[in-house]
Design a protein around this ligand. Sequence first.
Ligand code: FAD
Ligand code: DLZ
Ligand code: SF4
Length: 511
Amino acid sequence: MNIILILGDQLTASLKAIQQCDKDNDRIFLFEVMEEATYVKHHKKKLVFVFSAMRHFAKELKQQGYQVNYVTLDDKRNTGSLSGEIERAIVSFKPKEINVTFPGEYRVLEQFKSWEKQFGVRVNILSDDRFLMQPSDFSVWAEGRKQLRMEYFYREVRKRYQFLMEDNKPVGGKWNYDQDNRKTLPKELRVPKPINFSPDDITQEVIALVENNFPENFGSTDNFSYAVSRKDALTVLDGFIKQRLINFGDYQDVMKEGDPWLFHSHISFYLNNGLLLAQEVAEAAERAYKNNDIPINAVEGFIRQVIGWREYVRGIYWYKMPEYKKNNYFNNTRKLPDFYWSAETKMNCLHQCVSDTREYAYAHHIQRLMVLGNFALLADIAPEELNNWYLLVYADAYEWVELPNVSGMVLFADGGLLASKPYISSGAYINRMSDYCKKCDYKVTKKEGEDACPFNYLYWDFLDRHKEKLSANPRLGMPYRTLQKMEKNKIRVIQQDAERFFKKIDNDEKV
Ligand code: FAD
Ligand code: DLZ
Ligand code: SF4
């Protein structure tokens, strides 16, 4: 008899560990444990999502004839940790072997590796075949390269899996159609409503559990409407392909007050907990290109996110952990301003993005990168503070995907391993891509003074403060040439504005 452990982000029936399971003799275990529920103070909706999806998955496995042991968080015998629960299972069932699937976090892998010695039972760590590329594939690709750029890794994945390829060449002749993307939102364009699901009995039970056990956590369980089963997750995917994919590329960077969903797919929750598979998602998009005349810029742009960025950040994570977590290229030390929790700031862009995050445990990529992240980088926020925030607020956040995006893409904390330049901008970019500035207390067109948009002076102050580390970066040539030509007096005013602003933040004054 073998024990099979399935984690909360491994809810995939085609997982090797489940496929190899002998229904008559083996047992599948799922544990809700405090250790996983509290290593960061997860958003309440994330907790509801994880536990409800786990419970639905366990129910489906039982219906398919598997022997399943499910331990709920409030079970009196629950020891509160994965190790404690696996020990209890070993004592009760005396398995020959334990089968686990390669986890999403380094700390969990370390636990898995310790079990064999600790419990004297063979532990098989099976590869996670839901990803198109394994950590070993990434290492082979990365070895000997000076730069690890996503674009080249993405081309490898396209070639290996023959996505959007014709005679071993990219369809349409180009690998990347980003130049055709990033338009602003026309007023008359209707944005489809996201697909919502009412909580069933299982989800309602989980909502009560979360409210009882995590009353102080960020966000609320109100209006929980995510899919929690594969069937419903497939409905979300289908809705995206039919209603939104056509506009995905064009309006990928648009931000709109009160609507974080726009033309995005909203499937990261399901990809990351296993209800959907990257391969089937990319295939669905490619089919839409072949059958429905969806433009190549939309389909390629979307497929690049799923088989490019997503696989690439996982590759970076496993290639560079555990050191990656300690990176702090700019030696940032500032604590996270309180408005990342309260949304109480006069900066309307940040107010809107934090409010969306608190309401939905979701914000789209550009909100995460060019508002919440941009500000954090310009304001020298300490990596551990920012990583903690991103890991807990989003329902799609697990360390393998969160850490490279935050430390690498947002904070440039790895010194440029992941991003070829820091993603920073002044208010002009936010104004171009959103309607946020119209209702802001600050003036986006003003460059200096109390009522000037803080992004405007913080941007130049950042470049000025970090010129030793950044001015040789070829992608920052233009702004550094402008800075060089700037009058000394103007730079002094920028520095004074930034200093006044940081003082207020450090004194917890409203900014
Ligand atoms: P879409 O815009 O529709 O994109 C389709 C899919 O592509 C996503 O579902 C996702 O699986 C994948 N994808 C796109 N960009 C990335 C990326 N940079 N890294 C990995 N996958 C990507 N994504 C997470 O899944 N979990 C996180 O914890 C997470 N943290 C982030 C933190 C920061 C600071 C930034 C800048 C990005 C982060 N992302 C994260 C990436 C991206 O923002 C989300 O995947 C996306 O917003 C999810 O919404 P969607 O499904 O509607 O995505
Ligand atoms: C995120 C999460 C939470 C909140 N709770 C559990 C849990 O109780 N049991 C479980 O198996 N997994 C949970 N997860 C997901 C894990 O944290 C995730 O599997 C690891 O971080 C590895 O990615
Ligand atoms: Fe944000 Fe500046 Fe626009 Fe205000 S003016 S919303 S602070 S970018």
